[in-house]
Ligand binder design. Sequence first.
Ligand SMILES: Nc1ncnc2c1ncn2[C@@H]1O[C@H](COP(=O)(O)OP(=O)(O)OP(=O)(O)O)[C@@H](O)[C@H]1O
Length: 264
Amino acid sequence: MLNIQQLSKTFYPNTVNEKKIFQGLDLTIEEGEFVTVIGSNGAGKSTLLNLISGTLTPDAGVISLLNHEITQLKEYQRTRFISRVFQDPTLGTSPSLTIQQNLSLARNKGKRFGLAFLESRKDIETFKAIVAPLQLGLENQLQTPVGLLSGGQRQALSLIMATLVKPDLLLLDEHTAALDPKTSAKIMDLTNQMVQESKITTLMITHNLTHAIKYGSRLIMLHEGQIVLDISGHEKQELTPEKLLHQFEKNVHNGSLSDELLFS
Ligand SMILES: Nc1ncnc2c1ncn2[C@@H]1O[C@H](COP(=O)(O)OP(=O)(O)OP(=O)(O)O)[C@@H](O)[C@H]1O
């Protein structure tokens, strides 16, 4: 379970550029929940993920994962149990290492000593079996440096690497936004399959309303650092983009949604 209590973050405090992003945000996500996060530009979505992953430090508040407080842990310490996939496909993998070496590193994540690259024949077969279902041909290119792969192939690999050792929390930061529609749909289906099969607690930011509605067990909308919509269960299943926008307008009377959120 992820528990966030009274989280506050202000950029450039006490200056003319002061920007209050969160002022006492509370959020609890149950174990195994798959939450999609939407909201207009600047709502604080990435900042929230940055605070959870330790890229940023909050001014106040407590973040706990599985009943352990992680607020004071450094980012590298949190990577042992929090995985993140970014919008940019180049960020989740090491370009000069081969597919096999990248998978090896992911499998040895958190281990103190690792003869990471000394893989047995059996390991290689295991890696092939892991990437073959992607149907991207990666199983025949295990010795290819990852830098030579397409964006979609790299993002699929990033996703596999992020979940090879089941994380306590998976953070997906618009991870299909840089891909063409067909590849984006494929990566989304893959994401859903992996998250469901392994019951990974997941927070996924997306500007794609269709994805936000179709996937996940719960949807939250951030607006000016506040959760203005929180929909799950039957209500989530019945959701349509029209109902979502209607709900939003009801909850945020002075709000106007960005075109990006509305029409993606
Ligand atoms: N490290 C930072 N330093 C200063 N300002 C920041 C920093 N990170 C984010 N901001 C500002 O905080 C606000 C919220 O940014 P954030 O990236 O969280 O929004 P978002 O909801 O993810 O938006 P988008 O949908 O455009 O990605 C923005 O105005 C942004 O410029």
